[in-house]
Design a protein around this ligand. Structure first.
Ligand code: KG4
Ligand code: ZN
Length: 357
């Protein structure tokens, strides 16, 4: 089965072709056009600008995805088109869904609306070799807009057991990076800055809070950490230039975010009988988080799945993969909640707040 995926929920325009045989996925092409440079001067994503860029980029990204595979622009062999229909920026989602509905109408294709968070989960299936995650599985999704702990009992069956009560983990990275004048996106910049810290200085001076680390639920909170960084920077820059304290704060902020994520995930893993742990979302690119979660899983003897680095941030291959599993089982709604799949272009609708459960 040949599936075309389209992703435009935020500021990446992406098209991908995947081939599926016996539930094993081969990514043939995965083209991602990033708008990071366009949004960087504003310190975050500007929705109207993102939507305009998607309009401009989509035809090129699609052509590239098809051309790289087949040498020419040919829709004939495609069996299914999967498109992100929520959650995300409504203006960005509308561009992607309208584009795909037009394609589906013109070329008479089966079309499925995919939940973006479900797409992130399925980035763990984008591997040809090795085992796929076994159910029940615990998924930690950490992105710019979401931080969620989800119990996945089967394909398409999700239960959210915890989530952030304020900022998402990626948002915390981005906002802290802004305070540290490290630019956007903040996650990769903080990781690089933290790595600059000399080993001997690690864990020495600056201490930041680990919000809600010991709360009995599986929820998260990161807004207080951002404020703590702001006050710390204000206090310290009275004595030192920002350049002198930047690495130390970046290091400690990264430690604080990772500590909370790991502690909650591991407690959830111990308290629910699960067979695998999955990490996904843009923040899953973080080296420290990947390493700590893998080590913690080894101790518990539960396999930990992390996506290949190219599939951590937004991409259309993961959307195509989620679309495949959604359409395979017509008995259940794709992504839980409202049924978003149907033969024909009319039935896919953008929904900025589509919840996975
Ligand atoms: O999943 P994603 O690409 O977009 C959303 O759906 O939100 O996630 C983007 C987020 C940004 O907040 C970015 O700072 C963060 O992922 N991120 C990272 C790293 N790479 C990207 N955070 C920490 N460490 C990284 N290496
Ligand atoms: Zn995402």
């Amino acid at each position: 089965m040949l599936i075309l995926g389209i992703e435009t929920s935020c500021d990446e325009t992406s098209a991908s072709l995947i081939e599926v045989k016996n539930d094993k996925i081969k990514v043939l092409t995965n083209i991602v056009s990033s708008q990071v440079e366009k949004h960087a001067p504003f310190g975050g994503v500007v929705p109207s600008l993102a939507a305009r860029e998607h309009v401009k980029n989509l035809p090129y990204v699609l052509k590239e995805a098809l051309r790289n595979h087949q040498g020419n622009f040919d829709m004939a062999k495609i069996d299914l088109i999967a498109v992100t229909s929520g959650p995300g920026l409504i203006s960005s989602l509308l561009v992607g869904t309208t584009f795909v509905k037009t394609l589906a109408y013109k070329y008479k294709k089966l079309i499925v609306g995919v939940n973006h968070m479900e797409g992130h989960i399925y980035s763990n299936w984008l591997k040809l070799t090795g085992k796929s995650p076994a159910f029940p599985a615990l998924c930690l999704i950490v992105s710019g807009g979401h931080t969620q702990l989800i119990l996945m009992t089967d394909h398409g069956k999700y239960k959210t057991i915890g989530q952030t009560v304020d900022d998402a983990a990626g948002e915390a990275f981005d906002k802290i990076a802004r305070i540290l004048e490290l630019g956007y996106p903040g996650g990769p910049a903080i990781q690089v800055e933290a790595e600059k810290l000399e080993t001997r200085d690690k864990g020495q001076g600056i201490k930041l809070p680990r919000p809600m680390i010991n709360s009995k639920d599986y929820n998260f909170s990161f807004a207080g950490l951002k404020t703590a960084v702001l006050y710390k920077v204000r206090e310290l820059t009275k004595k030192y230039p920002l350049e002198e304290i930047r690495s130390e704060i970046a290091y400690e902020a990264q430690e604080a975010i990772v500590d909370v994520l790991i502690q909650k995930t591991i407690r959830a893993a111990k308290e629910s009988k699960i067979k695998s742990i999955m990490l996904s979302g843009g923040v899953s690119a973080n080296k420290l988080l990947r390493q700590r979660l893998t080590e913690a899983g080894e101790k518990l003897e539960i396999p930990v799945f992390v996506p290949n680095p190219e599939y951590t941030t937004d991409n259309a291959a993961m959307i195509a993969a989620a679309g495949y599993f959604a359409i395979k089982n017509p008995a259940r709604p794709a992504g839980g909640g409202k049924l978003k799949k149907e033969k024909g272009w009319k039935f896919v609708r953008a929904d900025a707040n589509w919840e996975i459960v």
